[in-house]
Design a protein around this ligand. Structure first.
Ligand SMILES: Cc1cc2nc3c(=O)[nH]c(=O)nc-3n(C[C@H](O)[C@H](O)[C@H](O)COP(=O)(O)O)c2cc1C
Length: 192
């Protein structure tokens, strides 16, 4: 079997389909679905989101300089898709989707409380790349649904039902295959 060559394009999978919120929980706010989002540095912890200038969210992120990346679950798939189809310029998506929100701990933006993990970000750099503006941000705090944090403080997202986005399609994350480093971990010998 051969391989098909395609010209350069935006294929990368799987990706998150995150709900990125911005603005003020009690005032002007925005929410959009974003797949162009992720982590870009460990120390200091940094994240990015790339947003087209024509999005309502773009103006709100520019104005307040903060956003929250809310990770989504398969139960939320239809809502996530809707937030990627409709603009906050014409529709109050928070009311339409019935989102329960609370203020972030380190930023004023809304945390969507149905989301298992919310990553609070303060914009450090804004780069116009062409179609999108990339907002690079410091991660100033993270909140996690307490159901997914064990008594030792370990975050376990296996039961969170996270969803993924893969080239135009949404998927529920499936079977666990191993832990970080399992390929090189020494086996414990059972007595012999
Ligand atoms: C799965 C999915 C991923 C998306 N990813 C992005 C993205 O990374 N950046 C972006 O600007 N728009 C993205 N969009 C489109 C916006 O979510 C959409 O235009 C939305 O209506 C903008 O809302 P707003 O105008 O209220 O900001 C995505 C849409 C979907 C459905």
């Amino acid at each position: 079997m051969g391989r098909i060559f395609l010209k350069g394009g935006t294929i990368m999978a799987p990706l998150p389909a995150a709900l990125v919120t911005s603005g003020n929980v009690d005032g002007k706010k925005s929410v959009l679905t974003a797949a162009w989002t992720g982590i870009v540095n460990t120390r200091p912890p940094m994240a990015y989101v790339s947003v087209r200038p024509e999005r309502f969210s773009h103006g709100v992120i520019c104005e307040c300089g903060e956003f929250i990346i809310n990770l989504t679950t398969s139960k939320m798939a239809k809502t996530v898709d809707l937030c990627g189809m409709k603009s906050g310029a014409k529709l109050d998506k928070f009311t339409k989707c019935g989102f329960l929100t609370e203020k972030g701990r380190t930023v004023d933006c809304p945390v969507i409380t149905d989301c298992p993990v919310s990553i609070e970000c303060r914009v450090r750099e804004k780069t116009d790349l062409g179609s999108h503006t990339m907002f690079i941000a410091d991660i100033t705090g993270v909140t996690v649904d307490e159901r997914f944090v064990d008594s030792k403080g370990k975050i376990n997202l296996q039961q969170a039902g996270l969803m993924a986005y893969s080239h135009g399609e949404y998927f529920a994350l499936g079977r666990k295959l191993g832990d970080f480093g399992f390929s090189v971990k020494k086996k414990k010998h059972g007595g012999s």
